[in-house]
Design a binder for this molecule. Structure first.
Ligand SMILES: Cc1ncc(COP(=O)(O)O)c(C=O)c1O
Length: 381
């Protein structure tokens, strides 16, 4: 009690001392003006002003208007932790699976990073392709798993025969990206199905379907079908691409409940999802028009680039995805550096052991045009 009295006296004393230095009224104006200054601060998005961003396979349209409205509304729930129960239910019904076969996460990256922890942490072996998305193989290497990266065939498709030959009794996982990033090639469903059928039950096939909307005739010819057919498959999907929510972070995995249980043990669970994207994701699922609009933009972009490359005499890999690869007459890392210095951002193929290729994301028509005109200058064409 005595202590309490002393501290209260000190506290009141210090307020009085403060008030003597600065009139209380000053605090009233100081607080709001400080927050206003912060909220008006220009945000640095990490790129120079006017940058043409064709390097990260983002959807230039952004979120659908429905998703934007839903996210804006959800911001008022920003003080609450998210429960993804409804989203899990909707995704399960959307894909015709049970809710215990769905796990939502902070982008599909979450699953690419936790799958090695769940299934390869005690010395397992991963077999994958050399020219593919690197997050999962990189994580596997980090935790000490051995990773065997099999080159794509000469047409940039999976070499499933060589992958099969590379399997050993220690192999626990095969990672395939379909359609593949960076090549944009889409592997035949039946070939993947036969491959899965030929594997022992001890091997999980992780199929990364970040670009699932670009799987032709996707109903019944995707990784989720293989799961329904009883194959030992994990599929990861994302809201980052066709739904335009890359910066909001939402993805999910679908697999047998026993596999989902293992993954869940390493994931963020509800803590990896924010209220806004939870609502935005739900709204996006329903906006077929927005998806269609983006697909048309991608098709238009592909045709534009193909025509340009044909007339410039540059070879390219025909793509099924919102990005494509073009072969240059110089090292792509040199070309990329020059393009970046002119504010055009693309990816160098060196990142996937394809040193003479550039990977370009389909942007708006004017961005695609800027990319081509700048590339011509860089290549002296
Ligand atoms: C094949 C592939 N998988 C996964 C990802 C990561 O996506 P997310 O934003 O869902 O983490 C990407 C992103 O570019 C990708 O290309």
């Amino acid at each position: 009690m005595a202590n309490l009295r002393i501290s209260r006296r000190n506290f009141i004393g210090s307020i009085a001392a403060g008030a003597a230095v600065l009139p209380l009224s000053n605090y009233h104006w100081a607080y709001p003006s400080k927050t206003a200054a912060l909220s008006e601060k220009k945000v640095d998005w990490g790129y120079p002003e006017g940058a043409v961003r064709l390097n990260a396979n983002e959807n230039p349209y952004g979120p659908s208007p429905n998703a934007l409205a839903a996210m804006e509304k959800a911001l008022s729930q920003g003080h609450r932790y998210t429960r993804a129960t409804q989203l899990t239910k909707e995704l399960a019904s959307y894909h015709g699976v049970s809710t215990d076969m769905v796990l939502t996460g902070c982008g599909s990256t979450e699953f690419l990073r936790i799958a090695p922890w769940a299934f390869l942490r005690d010395g397992g072996e991963l077999v994958t392709t050399l020219q593919t998305f690197k997050t999962l193989p990189r994580e596997a290497k980090k935790i000490g798993a051995s990773v065997n990266e099999i080159p794509l065939d000469k047409n940039f498709y999976f070499d499933l025969q060589s992958i099969k030959k590379a399997l050993t009794p220690k192999t626990k996982m095969v990672y395939l990206v379909n359609p593949n990033n960076p090549t944009g090639t889409r592997h035949d469903f039946e070939a993947i199905q036969n491959f899965c059928a030929s594997l022992p039950k001890t091997i999980i096939v992780f199929i990364d379907e970040a670009y699932s909307h670009f799987l032709e005739d996707k109903k019944g010819r995707d990784g989720i079908t293989l799961i329904k057919q009883g194959y030992n498959v994990i599929v990861s999907r994302t809201f980052s691409k066709v739904y335009g929510l890359a910066g909001m972070r939402l993805g999910y995995a679908i697999a047998d409940p026993s596999i989902i249980k293992e993954l869940r043990a390493f994931g963020f669970g509800n803590m990896g999802i924010n209220q806004a994207v939870f609502a935005g994701g739900l709204a996006s699922l329903e906006d077929e028009k927005h998806i269609q609009k983006y697909k048309e933009l991608v098709k238009e972009g592909q045709e534009y680039f193909y025509n340009q490359f044909d007339s410039l005499g540059l070879k390219y890999i025909p793509s099924t995805t919102p990005f494509l690869m073009v072969k240059l007459n110089m090292a792509s890392k040199v070309a990329q550096k020059k393009l970046v210095s002119k504010n055009v951002f693309v990816r160098k193929g060196e990142d996937w052991q394809m040193p003479s290729y550039l990977r370009i994301t389909m942007g708006f028509p004017e961005e695609n045009k800027t990319c081509i005109s700048t590339l011509k200058k860089v290549l002296n064409l």
